[in-house]
Design a protein around this ligand. Structure first.
Ligand code: SF4
Length: 494
């Protein structure tokens, strides 16, 4: 494997200034193979990924084992979301009516451009100069930071991980641990480079010191912000509320201190009742960080009322479609149950090897490989569904029981049908399909191939005909013994 020679496609150099929307995630998934090569040769990234493998996975498993009814809760959570998806229009309209009744506003946006423009218009109406943001994947999806910056408004990320990568000019590499690829020393270097008003000789080797420094910097931002933007883990149809969970309390400060609170949410985030949301929360935290519950759960319903001591004067919910309604009723509908816990990527051997940036998408890992083609088009992300061993671990740990391997196969089929896969690959699949329908010839061909692959005296094959992509990075074990079919026939004999 060659050492990396160029920066990741999709990750900007801070010195280059703001990134274009295309470089923030959309349209760079077609660089997946290039990015994966770089990631495999990046020694620092490999150290960070090794730490992630042991930390998240172990915590998730322990948390699940500590809750005997986890499976029953997972069944219940799945049933709630299935019911919502079958009645999505009803619950969204109910939600909108309740938001209005509470004094808030709902904005329906078909695509990212509409959502960006709506956010900008609301910010301008307040004469906003600074906007604080609680963590929102939809914000990443619509590249809202770039849009605000381009229009003279400073967006400030308030989640610690998001704050770190914003300073570094990078994108999240994990949906719940956005800076998982950055080492402790890397964070210290970033703070020294950007917090230039502080003593350059200050000690920054302890995490507590870095936390205190970020807290001090963000406090001033919280107080200066005119608008606060958050995501939503859930939208509650019965009350018109948005609910977010955080571990740092930054969501609370983001939405209660400024004059205006904007909620950015995909249309699939609605659930019927608060009780439904709490049922899903029980599997969310365990699957995400291995906690029983996240530290802060914040429910917002409309703007500040006359007798409230604090809260925003305006409450806006941006409801984003951006391709979601198009997958309702298709073989990909199940992915709308996703609650963005990240468990599938924490257990994915491909994600473990290359990290999140290589996917070139806002949504990495197995769920990203399914979502990205649906939201941003298969033509630019046709390699993502192939970035899976189909081992099934992602499905087995998904609390919403999303059949990810099945959907990855379905995208592969679509890629084949639309002639997006390279011609050689398509011809190979066609030849294989023909052979599989002619068992006599198949058996003969396999026996011949097995004999040819048995030849090398070294026991390893360095150049595999038609498998050059495999042998370019590793050798291939020579075949030994008989084929499966030959062994089966022998065993079947009395
Ligand atoms: S697909 Fe499942 S495991 Fe992956 S983020 Fe979504 S809910 Fe979590």
């Amino acid at each position: 494997m060659n050492a990396p020679t160029a920066p990741f496609v999709g990750i900007s150099d801070p010195a280059q200034g703001p990134r274009s929307p295309s470089a923030v995630g959309h349209g760079v998934s077609d660089q997946f193979k290039h990015n994966a090569d770089l990631a495999l040769g990046d020694a620092k990234l490999q150290v960070a990924l090794a730490e992630m493998r042991s930390s998240f996975k172990g915590r998730n498993e322990a948390a699940r084992k500590g809750l005997p009814e986890f499976q029953a809760l997972s069944d219940h959570a799945k049933a709630i979301k299935q019911h919502v998806l079958a009645n999505l229009d009803y619950y969204l309209e109910r939600f909108e009516a309740k938001v209005k009744a509470a004094g808030g506003q709902v904005h329906w946006c078909n695509d990212a451009a509409e959502a960006r423009d709506k956010v900008l218009a609301i910010c301008r109406s307040a004469g906003a100069r600074t906007v604080t943001k609680g963590k929102t994947m939809v914000g990443e999806e619509i590249a809202i930071n770039h849009h605000l910056e381009a229009n003279g408004i400073l967006p400030v990320e308030t989640d610690l991980g998001e704050y770190i990568i914003q300073l570094r000019g990078e994108t999240p590499s994990h949906i719940i641990a956005p800076a998982i690829h950055v080492s402790k020393e890397g964070v210290a270097d970033t703070f020294r480079a950007h917090h230039t008003d502080l003593d350059p000789a200050r000690p920054l080797s302890e995490i507590t010191a870095m936390l205190a420094e970020a807290r001090g910097k963000l406090r001033a931002r919280f107080l200066a912000a005119d608008v606060g933007i958050t995501g939503a883990n859930f939208l509650i149809a019965e009350t018109g509320s948005s609910v977010i969970v955080t571990n740092e309390g930054n969501g609370d400060l983001t939405q209660t201190l400024p004059k205006i609170h904007i909620v950015l949410a995909g249309i699939e985030k609605v659930v019927p009742t608060l009780e439904d949301a709490t049922a899903i929360f029980r599997v969310l935290a365990r699957s995400a960080t291995g906690q029983e519950m996240s530290v802060y759960t914040t429910v917002s319903t409309g703007p500040r009322r006359a007798h409230d001591l604090d809260g925003p004067g305006e409450y806006h919910v941006i409801l984003l479609d951006n391709g979601r309604s198009g997958v309702l009723g298709t073989e990909f509908e199940d992915m709308l149950r996703c609650i963005r816990c990240g468990a599938c990527m924490d257990h994915c051997p491909v994600y473990h090897a290359i990290g999140g940036h290589a996917y070139g998408s806002v949504y990495p890992g197995p769920i990203g490989a399914v979502l990205t083609p649906a939201l941003f088009g298969l033509a630019h992300s046709k390699d993502l569904p192939n970035a899976s061993t189909l081992c099934g671990r992602c499905e087995s740990v998904c609390p919403m029981q999303i059949p990810l391997p099945k959907m990855l196969r379905q995208w592969r089929e679509r890629s084949f049908e639309r002639h997006l896969a390279p011609a050689r690959e398509r011809w190979g699949i066609k030849a294989w399909a023909w052979l599989a329908r002619h068992p006599q010839i198949y058996r003969g061909a396999m026996a011949l191939a097995a004999r040819l692959l048995r030849r090398p005296a070294t026991g390893r094959i360095r150049h595999l005909p038609l498998g050059g992509a495999w042998t370019a990075g590793r050798d291939f074990p020579a075949a030994s013994g008989r084929t499966f079919q030959e062994q089966w026939r022998r065993r079947a004999r009395p």
